[in-house]
Structures are given as C-alpha cells and as structure tokens.
Write a protein that binds this ligand. Structure first.
Ligand SMILES: [Zn+2]
Length: 388
C-alpha cells in the first residue's frame, strides 16, 4: 500500500462544504464521546456501534442540517471514536479527548463500497463533487480523508501499489549523511543541505514579534496565527522535499544502497551534532529508503560497527578523525580527500569486498556485521521506523 496526501484546489463554495463536513464529523465524534462517558458513569459498557444506533434513530432526526451532508461522515466518526478507545484500551494511546474546532479538522467518506477512482487533475468525489488537485494523481481507493492544515485542504488516501524494478545506472552506492551537506555519494555526487529552518528563522521570529500584542482568538490574532502556521508548513515542506528527492534518487538508480547506522556510530552522543542530524532527519531518511528500496527493487544495506570516516578509502589505514576535520589526509599513503566522500567510498567498498569473499551474499554480509534489507524481506533490526 502506498499513501498520498495532496493539496486541493477549491473555490469558496467547496471550502464551505468541506468545513461543514469537518464540523459534522467533529460534532458527532464529540457527541459520541460525551455519551460514552455518561453511559460508562451509569454502569453501562458502551461501544461505538451501540452509540451509532442511538444516534441514527434518536439524535440525527432532531438536526435537519445533517440531512444536507454526507451520512458517511458520521459513520466514520463513530469508527474513529471506536478506534481511539481501542488504542486506549490496548495502552497505545491516551483517553480520547473532545475535538476542538480548527484543530485537526478532518472527515472521511467512501463511495458505498464502490472504489473511488482518482485520475489526473480533476476528481469526482462522492457527495463532494468535482475537485481539482495541484498535481496529477492516479489511485484507486476505498475511502478518502479530507483534512485542513493551516488554512488549506488536503486529500489523503492509501491505495494498492505494485512494486516495479527500475533500471539501475549504478551497482553499489555508498551514502554518507553529513552535517555540512545533506548527503555525499561515493560517486562524488553531493546533495546540499537545505537548512530550511535557518533560512526562515529570521522571518518567523519577526512575525512572532510583530504579532505579540494580538489577542488570542480575535480575528487579527487568528490571521496572524495562520500566517505563522503557513510559514512553519513551508519550512517543513522544503525539508521533506529535499529528503524525498534524495531517497527516490538513491532507490531508483542503484541496485544496492549502503548507509551507515548513525545510532551506533556514536555521533548522536555529541549534542550539537545530534541537533544537526535531527535537523536533517536521519531516521526519516532511513525509513524512506527502506520502503522506497522495496518499491523500486533495490537493496538497502545498513552498515554497523565500521569506522567509515576513520578509514582511508585508498589503503585501509585507520587514523583518528576529529569532527572538525573536513578533509581526510592519510598518514600512510598521502591521500587527501573530502571527509564525507571518503566515508561514502568506504561504505561502497564494504559491500564489494564482502561479495567477493563469499558466494552467498547474505551470509557474508551478516558475518561482517551488516544488516541486509533486501526487497520483500525486512532487516533483522529495522529500528529505523515503520514502513509507509
Ligand atoms: Zn591511505
């Protein structure tokens, strides 16, 4: 399954319709939650299905405005409420809370069992009607969720996706995630870091300063909040975009991608560096690579316990490399090479060496302390995160 989330291009009438549906969903969810609480207090054992029956038979007829909106919305609101309680009972979530207007506004609808076909730029959604997207999409799905974030509406859904093996230009590539750069590849290609937050930091603090006297909840205050939220979203989007471009490039064009497991390299111990790595989203990087390698038929190798930055990529000499040294100057063979490039070449060489030493790829790699994540098979420790 692949999931997408894309922005909707709407006119004011549609925006109002979506806001009404999101309001309907919130109303029903909160109604269900308060009845659940009350029923529980009185000694009953409520569940989402029972509450829904009460709502359909007794409550819904009292509110004529509900007739003008899709009834799918309230059905999914009860499903969501039931799921929230299920998570709570399993110890996976907090006790469900009442939803607030303007916070995580969303609703889910389906097409009465028929699949919803999304094709191109214009889409016919059940009940909502025709909507446009800013990018062409292609998906066949059972249900869609529409949500509002910082004043814009988004459509999200998941659909079945068949992995395709893309033609590969390079056999093995080593990737070193850096502090100065986002990533350095063993073939010399460099992905510059975006540092999106730092770029907008000044603008953000200026906005916050200028709006410091606006009253919370007033029209002006809300407008200012929206402006700030939009800027935050922009920062996040720039960061996401850079990371997605990198991981897609790696997974699509290389048969084997070798990365270092930062968790063990001890880099996170350095606080300043840790912040920088978090800024560049190492865990998100690994998570994306894991599922994209499956999509595009490549193999992800996570290298552990290997001093890739301390080793000379030419003669295997090992020397100390303080973090401030940007160039690797080999004391043995005299090689002078960029620190990150040296590390990425070492990572690439690790796989080449182990492939030569044994016929069975997997076993030889396990023997030298690597985790193999081939397509269709999950790694022994895929602590990097769950798959999309
Ligand atoms: Zn050397």
């Amino acid at each position: 399954m692949k999931s997408i989330r894309t922005k909707l291009k709407l006119n004011n009438k549609q925006k109002t319709l979506l806001a009404q549906h999101a309001g309907y969903s919130r109303w029903v969810y909160n109604w269900g939650l308060s009845l659940w609480n009350a029923a529980y207090k009185d000694g009953y054992k409520p569940n989402a299905r029972k509450l829904r029956v009460v709502f359909t038979n007794h409550t819904k007829p009292l509110y004529p405005w509900m007739k003008n909106l899709s009834s799918k919305v309230y059905q999914y609101a009860f499903i969501n409420l039931g799921e929230a309680f299920k998570r709570f009972f399993q110890g996976l979530g907090k006790y469900p809370r009442f939803k607030k207007k303007g916070k995580h506004d969303s609703f889910t609808i389906d097409n009465c069992g028929k699949p919803i076909e999304l094709n191109g730029w214009n889409h016919k959604l059940p009940f909502i009607g025709m909507v446009k997207t800013y990018e062409p999409i292609e998906a066949t799905t059972q249900k869609i969720t529409i949500s509002r974030q910082a004043g814009s509406w988004y459509l999200s859904c998941s659909y079945e996706f068949h992995a395709i093996t893309t033609p590969k230009t390079t056999d093995v590539i080593g990737v070193d995630l850096g502090v100065k750069t986002l990533a350095t590849l063993s073939d010399g290609k460099v992905f510059e870091s975006v540092k999106s937050y730092r770029r907008f930091e000044a603008k953000l603090s200026r906005l916050q300063y200028l709006n410091r006297h606006k009253k919370v909840g007033s029209a002006n205050g809300r407008a200012a909040q929206l402006k700030i939220a939009r800027l935050h979203r922009r920062v996040a989007n720039i960061r996401k975009d850079a990371l997605h471009k990198l991981t897609t490039y790696l997974a699509k064009n290389h048969s084997v991608v070798v990365i270092e497991d930062l968790n063990v390299s001890g880099m996170l111990a350095n606080h300043k560096l840790a912040k920088s790595i978090a800024d560049q989203g190492f865990y998100e990087f690994r998570r994306q690579l894991e599922y994209k390698c499956q999509w595009y038929g490549s193999e992800l190798v996570v290298d552990r316990f290997f001093p890739s930055s301390k080793t000379c990529s030419n003669c295997d000499h090992i020397q100390d490399m303080p973090l401030n040294l940007r160039t690797y100057d080999c004391q043995s063979c005299g090689l002078s090479i960029d620190r990150d490039l040296n590390a990425s070449i070492n990572l690439r060489k690790r796989v080449r060496n182990s492939e030569v030493s044994s016929e069975c790829k997997t076993h030889s790699r396990d023997a030298v302390g690597l985790t193999v994540d081939a397509c269709g098979r999950s790694a022994a420790d895929s602590s990097g995160g769950s798959r999309k």
